[in-house]
Ligand binder design. Structure first.
Ligand code: ZN
Ligand code: ZN
Length: 143
């Protein structure tokens, strides 16, 4: 995964999008927070100091253009919000019901790379597990 700015410019252009300054800084922020699965509000909040002119609507529109272009994956694991991740390598997720963390699950899934099923075209495969993360289990254990 390319993370430097000129690299990001090329990545954005390679997907047929214009590499605007906003697109570059938002993709850069996602690239720096790979495992965090951020919401648009979190991205907007984190970027406000450096780029006060950036509106939440622009962040949403930019993220949607990345998702449409296949650069970013949108996760709806919580059911109430969308989380964004700069990768389109299919992997499953676990939502911790205690702390709300979303964790990448490294398992070999026989369906992860499927391109079709029963004659239907498959564009994305998502596996959502819900439970309790190791940290929260340890805390409970120690109480
Ligand atoms: Zn937890
Ligand atoms: Zn992930």
């Amino acid at each position: 995964m390319i993370t430097n700015n000129s690299g990001l410019k090329e990545v954005i252009a390679s997907r047929g999008l214009k590499p605007t300054a906003q697109r570059i800084i938002i993709l850069d922020h996602l690239a720096r927070n790979m495992k965090k699965h951020l919401t648009a509000e979190q991205i907007h909040g984190a970027m406000r100091k450096k780029t006060p002119m950036l509106s939440l609507t622009t962040v949403y529109n930019t993220l949607n253009s990345f998702v449409d272009a296949g650069l970013v994956t949108a996760l709806t694991i919580t059911g109430t919000e969308v989380r964004y991740e700069y990768t389109t390598v299919s992997h499953h997720h676990l939502l911790c019901k205690h702390c709300g963390r979303i964790i990448d699950i490294e398992i070999q899934c026989p369906n992860a790379e499927r391109k079709s099923i029963n004659g239907y075209r498959v564009d994305e495969v998502h596996g959502y597990f819900k439970g309790v993360c190791r940290d929260c289990m340890n805390k409970e254990h120690n109480q």
